[in-house]
Ligand binder design. Structure first.
Ligand code: NAD
Length: 340
């Protein structure tokens, strides 16, 4: 019995066939998360230099070992293909994939929207999920709503940790109030070395005073290291341009000017420098002012808090797609579904 039929025999509906685009820190963590699931099966992976596809499911350990030793899953025999145009070439194979998690750098700031356009142009139909961070990037995607609808794509945006899990928690917490006054997100991230999450760290540098997305993108690895040396590996971020604001505004919960996001990233220590939390302050119908606080467990990693929700939203998106509900939805509008 092949792995897919083993999975399927335990389910009424067949396993959701998942592709992961981008196989860096988050992409590899996403694959590891899927290894423990029976409702989803990893069939496709793409990185900058190639892709791999296997209808019966990819061997996750082999994918990671090949990527780490040779730099691309394209080297994986016999399922890999080496190409500098991996996303387009993977789509062009027309192999069946129900949904993709876009664990890609959003550098430049319109990269992920441009990937969504590739899927539309190819007449691909299914679910796309991102963990994109910037408000301006989510705005571009929201502007593609009608194109996505017409294409038969159900696009779930902002579905990582922040935006994502914490934005959804804020949407839920808001229910106690008649009026929302502010939403404050503070995140703590601890990673052992910055090379494991190059795009995340570069994009965070883009939020620092005096930097931009373009400036961070243009920095060499040596320049990133020199900057981190100056700060002892710690990045402190305030008033970030984070899409939690637009997502909560579009969901009709609170104006974007009332949402703030900041955090501390330690790139030299897996221990979190502070506990990630969201505080939602409002007034109840009785006139009481109060604050709900939702705090993530310190033992949960960034990868766990991004990849878990991403697949929860992929499953929710798949249910919408099966009901012919297409277009674009944010993590603040839809409840994620738990993936078994
Ligand atoms: P990374 O740098 O570790 O890996 C990026 C991967 O993308 C690499 O495998 C690379 O080969 C691949 N890639 C780059 N260009 C490509 C292309 N043109 N075609 C195919 N593959 C390509 O990245 P990371 O640190 O894992 O971050 C991924 C994304 O996740 C970032 O955009 C980051 O902002 C986002 N993120 C979101 C949250 C959240 O809570 N919402 C948290 C952390 C990270």
């Amino acid at each position: 019995m092949n792995p897919e039929s083993v999975k399927n025999s335990q389910n009424i509906s067949p396993a959701i066939r998942v592709g992961v685009l981008g196989f860096g820190g988050l992409g590899q963590a996403a694959a590891k998360v899927l290894a423990g699931k029976r409702e989803m099966i990893l069939v496709a992976v793409a990185d900058q230099k190639g892709f791999a596809y296997a209808a019966e499911g990819l061997d996750i350990k082999e994918c990671i070992a090949t990527y780490q030793s040779q730099g691309s899953v394209g080297y994986l025999e016999p399922v890999g293909t080496l190409t500098n145009n991996s996303i387009q070439d993977l789509i062009d194979t027309q192999q069946p994939v129900d949904g993709y998690f876009l664990a890609l750098p959003n550098l430049p700031n319109d990269f992920i929207p441009s990937v969504a356009k590739q899927f539309i142009a190819a007449a691909w139909q299914g679910v796309l999920v991102d963990a994109i961070k910037r408000t301006s990037a989510v705005e571009q995607l929201l502007g593609m709503k009608e194109e996505l609808q017409a294409a038969g794509i159900t696009y779930m945006t902002g579905c990582g940790a922040t935006p994502g899990l914490l934005t959804a928690a804020a949407a839920l917490a808001a229910q106690s109030y008649a009026e929302i006054h502010k939403v404050e997100i503070t995140f703590g991230v601890g990673i052992a070395n910055w090379e494991a999450y190059r795009a995340t760290v570069r994009e965070d540098i883009g939020h620092m005073p005096g930097y931009s997305v373009e400036a961070a993108r243009a920095m060499s690895d040596a320049e990133v290291e020199a900057l981190l040396d100056k700060t002892n590996g710690v990045l402190t971020l305030e008033n970030m341009e984070h899409a939690d604001d637009i997502m909560l505004e579009v969901a009709g919960i609170v104006g974007r000017d009332r949402v703030t996001v900041g955090g501390v990233v330690d790139t030299r220590n897996p221990k979190k420098p502070l506990s990630t939390n969201v505080k939602v302050t409002g007034r109840t119908f009785e006139g009481k002012i109060s604050t709900h606080t939702f705090t993530l467990g310190d033992e949960t990693s960034m990868a766990a808090n991004v990849c878990g929700p991403a697949f929860g939203y992929l499953k929710a998106g798949q249910q919408l797609h099966q009901r012919s509900i297409y277009g674009i939805f944010t993590a603040a509008e839809i409840m994620p579904q738990f993936v078994k």
